[in-house]
Design a protein around this ligand. Structure first.
Ligand SMILES: O=C(O)c1cc(=O)[nH]c(=O)n1[C@@H]1O[C@H](COP(=O)(O)O)[C@@H](O)[C@H]1O
Length: 256
């Protein structure tokens, strides 16, 4: 079954842990309430590529979040290596540009291992002021929204990068729940939109994430998956925390 058709909750649990043993224990705890595990930089740097087999140990697909950002040749070759690991997704930064995106997608397809390239648009830890700091201009002027909402420049930039990645064959995207509705509108139903930066109502919103929303809001606005790390990882009972997010998402899906 494909990752977009599966019956499990559309939650990717970010295994942001110091080592494999901790990550595996946590993944086993919450496995009944999630649909995917995400192996990110902390775990990958510590444990190396073999940590991807953790997915097999818990019976869940692995989202390999390496956020590749380099010249096309280097990214293509890294994608070829990632294809051998058994992960289902690998992230690249969309701001790596057209050629890099195109070659990453083509190489993942030609390797034939079922690895999909997922383009990260604008990190959820950034807002308009941060884009100013790094000199990142969206470069587009879109018409005002019919509902009168003034969009942030960050949301324009995320949409522009997503359109670029779509044109180069990418079908999976990471964006913030704050702009997911615009990406859904721009890309249509076939785009798979993955939103980190989700925070359950009443949870901590004072950490490094700047463009956040509740998991329900993210799904209502068109997210296909939510990525959740700390709200589950740091909960007193991780399974309860994961189930409550899964239930909230299921209620949205039933009512829509
Ligand atoms: O690619 C990602 O997964 C990602 C992109 C992004 O823009 N923001 C973002 O937070 N992430 C990842 O999503 C996870 C979010 O974790 P929490 O903020 O703890 O829920 C982390 O593992 C981040 O590396």
């Amino acid at each position: 079954m494909s990752l977009t058709e599966q019956a499990r909750p559309p939650i990717a649990f970010a295994l942001d842990f110091a080592d494999r043993a901790e990550a595996l224990a946590a993944a086993r705890e919450v496995a009944p309430a999630i649909g995917m595990v995400k192996v990110g930089l902390e775990l990958f740097v510590r444990e190396g590529p073999s940590v991807v087999t953790l997915g097999r140990d818990v019976g869940l697909p692995v989202f390999l979040d390496l956020k590749l950002h380099d010249i096309p040749e280097t990214v293509e070759r890294a994608v070829a290596q990632a294809s051998t690991l058994g992960a289902r997704l690998v992230t690249v930064h969309a701001s790596g540009g057209r050629t890099m995106l195109n070659r990453a997608v083509a190489r993942a397809e030609s390797e034939g291992a079922g690895l999909a390239v997922c383009a990260v648009t604008i990190l959820t830890s950034l807002d308009d002021a941060d884009l100013d700091d790094i000199g990142f201009e969206s470069g587009v002027t879109l018409p005002p929204e019919p509902d009168g909402i003034v969009r942030t420049r960050t949301s324009y930039a995320a949409e522009k990068l997503a359109r670029l990645a779509w044109d180069e064959g990418v079908r999976w995207f990471v964006c913030s729940p704050a702009e997911v509705k615009y990406l859904r509108r721009a890309l249509g139903p076939d785009a798979v939109l993955v939103t980190p930066g989700v925070r359950p109502a009443g949870g901590n919103t004072t950490d490094d994430q700047k463009r956040v929303a509740t998991p329900e809001r993210a799904i209502q606005d068109g997210a296909s998956w939510v990525v959740v790390g700390r709200p589950i990882r740091d909960a007193k009972d991780r399974l309860v925390a994961a189930r409550s997010i899964a239930d909230a998402i299921a209620r949205v899906k039933v009512s829509s």
